[in-house]
Design a protein around this ligand. Structure first.
Ligand SMILES: Nc1nc2c(ncn2[C@@H]2O[C@H](COP(=O)(O)OP(=O)(O)OP(=O)(O)O)[C@@H](O)[C@H]2O)c(=O)[nH]1
Ligand SMILES: [Mg+2]
Length: 639
């Protein structure tokens, strides 16, 4: 409590607002996190942050300061939607939002020549600026020496060295913020709140900036240091024309194998634990509604999703490693030619790869693409990438229908291979859809890929661990809120009205959910779906993994005996034919089954039209693919 009293803000009405501005990948978000204690996403490629994020911290002198983290940009001449966000915040063009009181310009100390140009452009705005020379640890290791005092004198702004990822690495910056705030309040520099004037620099001004940067460097750069030798060596191999692509495919293939292999043991443990809880709850409670709600509704439903936590974590482990080492940007270059073949922009790679985790951040990441047609094409195909919420569905069906054995002389697990095929189906169909889109609605020349390749960096185990914990938290929070609520609703719909006296089938047959399932069944019969699947697809609209939870609950309620006997996979294996299972897999590769994705498409394209186009084309693809799969496999298997 006493802390709160001590920290009474000096600016009770409106805390001063700072903005973090700088080139992409120089460590702005890392600084933001260090200052505010936030956990915004930090990764080693340009274009990680695509929207503004607000935070607050208390300076050493007890001033409450607001700070906004911004997308990286090379200039206020914003070319892409993420850069426009930065420009609009800096210039105060957002409605009801004054420009920031001061800017913390962040520059990568190892690449000052590039980064100082933006500092000069920002200085022109006449607002207070502090220059944070970030990545000083890397600069020192490479023998790069910058004289901060000389740089400050030449630039005419305070300069502080920082190491955003080190404990105490921002102490100097905090002190400088205090000093600047005091000067600002004394001179009432904060009174201007009108938007700033800014005009695009002319060619002559650009040349002048260039010369000014050179003279500043001559005064302040004592030693330019060496480029990272390790990065050059690794790139010589990993970007090699013959080795590059095969290596990339190997990495992706290993990732999908690992999702299966590494997660097996912990998943088994969770499964056993849940079975035990379900049995214990079943034994402890008297027969009745409460017991059914708890065991059939909540434990069977939510539990059937929670079990997939280990797989989600293995997948994110790989994605985090790719992102933090700097390999992600290389992968974009390696695939640029391939993407160009179907007309996609090279920058589409990062949004598409992020969509493996979730289409929502993937679609947001497409903001870094300048050209609107290219961006729309990327947004339209992003949901075809297999997101992590589809993993539970795939895994469940694979575990039920694909035998656990190895092929290719014991090297490759068959289940992992099927999983890889499903991912490949998503990727290939995305490329095919892009190919069609770019030749019909989104015609136009394709810009070349220009992207700075960051130096390779060893991922910090702490960051990876925190990243995984964050993912686990998000996943469990979803299971505990959205899925939990839907399961209770579904249990209710599946239990009422109760079966009439003398009914022979399971009670769910007579319930609302049963009625709905039976009503939808004729529509889905041509693709081989049972009425239980029809029920599960409806709540599955909220989020894909809910379909698994719903199957868990529907089958638990369909059991005529006590609680669900055996695992859900076992029940499905007994109830479905193989063609039905394959058809459902095909459906899930394409179906537009996630409300959050659709709403982010609406927001990012600023149009209902594209959202509806997405729903229409994906539903048509899903139904068509499931139909063909069901018919062909039925014919082949004689089912
Ligand atoms: N060694 C070292 N690494 C740093 C430092 N600051 C940031 N990094 C790393 O640099 C990379 C980029 O950091 P971010 O904070 O995501 O950069 P950003 O400026 O927000 O990037 P965008 O959002 O893409 O514009 C990450 O891998 C960070 O861990 C630093 O001072 N020293
Ligand atoms: Mg950032």
């Amino acid at each position: 409590m006493s802390d709160t009293v001590l920290s009474t803000p000096v600016f009770p009405a409106a805390p001063p607002r700072l903005a973090l501005v700088g080139n992409p990948n120089c460590g702005k978000t890392a600084l933001f996190n260090a200052l505010t204690g936030a956990r915004q996403k930090v990764a080693n490629y340009p274009g990680v942050t695509v929207e503004r994020k607000m935070g607050e911290f208390l300076s050493p002198a007890g001033i409450r300061v607001q700070i906004v983290d911004l997308p990286g940009t090379y200039s206020l001449r914003a070319r892409s939607p993420d850069e426009e966000v930065t420009r609009d915040v800096v210039l105060g063009r957002f409605q009801h939002e004054a420009p920031p009181d001061a800017m913390v310009c962040v520059a990568d100390a190892t690449n000052l020549r590039l980064h100082l140009r933006l500092v000069l452009e920002l200085k022109k705005l006449g607002r207070p600026i502090i220059l944070a020379l970030n990545m000083m640890d890397v600069a020192e290791a490479r023998g790069c020496r910058v004289d901060a005092a000389a740089l400050s004198a030449a630039l005419g702004v305070p300069v502080v060295p920082t190491v955003a990822i080190r404990r105490n690495g921002v102490a100097g910056l905090l002190d400088q913020i205090d000093r600047s705030m005091t000067v600002m309040t004394a001179s009432t520099a904060r009174s201007h709140s009108s938007p700033c004037g800014w005009s695009e620099p002319s060619a002559r001004e650009l040349r002048a900036y260039h010369q000014e940067v050179e003279s500043i460097l001559a005064a302040a750069l004592r030693d330019a240091g060496r480029p990272s030798l390790a990065t050059q060596r690794i790139d010589a191999a990993l970007l090699h024309p013959a080795i590059g692509l095969p290596f990339l495919f190997l990495v992706l293939f290993l990732m999908f194998q690992a999702v299966f292999a590494w997660a097996a043991v912990p998943m088994d443990m969770i499964d056993k634990g849940l079975g035990w809880v379900q049995a214990a709850a079943g034994a402890a409670l008297p027969d009745g509604l409460l017991k059914s709600l708890l065991t059939d509704g909540i434990i069977a439903g939510v539990g059937s999703v929670v079990i997939f936590l280990p797989q989600i974590l293995v997948l994110f482990f790989f994605i985090l490693i790719l992102e933090s080492t700097g390999y992600m940007a290389r992968a974009a270059f390696l695939l640029d030619r391939l993407m160009g073949g179907v007309g996609l922009h090279g920058r589409a790679f990062i949004p598409l790869l992020s969509s493996f985790a979730c289409a929502v951040p993937g679609i947001m990441a497409s903001r870094t693409i300048e050209n609107r047609a290219d961006r729309l094409a990327t947004i339209m195909i992003a949901p075809l990438m297999t997101c992590s919420a589809r993993l539970p569905v795939y895994t469940l069906i694979i575990a039920a229908f694909v035998p656990e054995r190895t092929v290719a002389g014991g090297l490759i697990g068959l289940q992992g291979l099927v999983m890889f095929t499903l991912y490949a189906a998503g990727i290939l169909s995305a490329l095919a859809v892009a190919f069609v889109l770019k030749r019909t609605i989104f015609k136009g020349a394709r810009d070349p890929l220009l992207m700075e390749l960051p130096a390779y960096r060893l991922p910090s185990p702490r960051d990876i661990l925190l990243g995984l914990l964050e993912r686990a938290r998000i996943f469990l929070a979803r299971a505990g809120t959205v899925i939990f609520a839907i399961m209770i609703l579904l249990w209710f719909l599946g239990s009422f009205p109760a079966a009439p006296d003398g009914a022979t089938g399971p009670a769910i047959d007579y319930s609302f959910a049963g009625m709905l399932g039976h009503a939808l069944a004729p529509l889905l019969a041509p693709i081989g779906f049972t009425w239980q699947i029809a029920i599960a697809l409806v709540p599955g609209m909220a989020a894909r993994e809910v379909a698994v939870a719903a199957l868990g609950t529907v089958y638990a309620l369909s059991e005529t005996g006590d609680a669900l006997s055996g695992s859900l996979a076992g029940v499905l294996a007994a109830d479905w034919s193989l063609p039905t299972a394959l058809s459902l897999l095909a459906w899930f590769v394409f179906a537009p089954q996630c409300v959050s994705t659709l709403s982010v498409v609406k927001r990012e394209t600023n149009s209902w039209f594209w959202m509806l186009v997405m729903i229409a084309y994906m539903t048509a693809l899903a139904y068509g693919a499931a139909f063909v799969t069901f018919r062909v496999s039925s014919a082949l298997l004689g089912g």
